[in-house]
Design a protein. Sequence first.
Length: 251
Amino acid sequence: MWQALRLAGSDALAARASKKLRSEELLIASLGATILRKHLDEVPLWRGDHVPIRQLVDDFGRYLYLPRLAGPEVLVQAIRDGVALLTWRADTFAYAESFDDTAGRYRGLRGGQSVSLSPDSEGLIVKPAVAAQQLDAEVAPRPPPSPSPPPGGTTLPSPPGESDPGPSPAPTQLLRRFHGSVRVDPARVGRDASRIADEVIAHLAGQMGAELTVTIEIDARLPNGASDQLVRTVMENSRTLKFDGHGFERE
């Protein structure tokens, strides 16, 4: 169905049309990674446990019930953001270079890391539960083999000249918890978060039975105040991303 829209202002026709479409959210210039995950699940856009990036670009250009994006790069940026998100297991998705049908595993599988993509990339977007299962299986440590008992279950005698060492010393108390906080550059959050995920979180998450809680805290001071559009956008995205607490304040 066609809909007529009135354009106001003194700018060129194309500029006025672009502003109107953006303000009415009929032309999306920025797509949130969690919103993309919502479309992947609800439409659904998955093809089994994954979907090729090229297929996803074609879907958004073909189907009218999907958001009208300003261009394929908007979708690709949402994919980059989703793969780099530290909470990708719960909120977004993972990335793989390809799928090995013979071995039944993804090649170049990554989650919580920055990836280089383009609308023509041949990679895949992978369901987080499937990706997490493969990654956890590949990094899980193997326990060392237990020493074989002596034949007959008897205790071997001490070598000549060696005395009984006596009772074993008390076991050392294990380090069972880690905590840390770090300030990142707001202009390079993706890069810094990726390094933190690779160099700290990945090592902790790879331990058998490890339970991790990662919290991102944002404190923004706006000397010129927040516009209504900024308040609406940030509050809506915060609700979509399931922030525990969020809001603007007057000083």
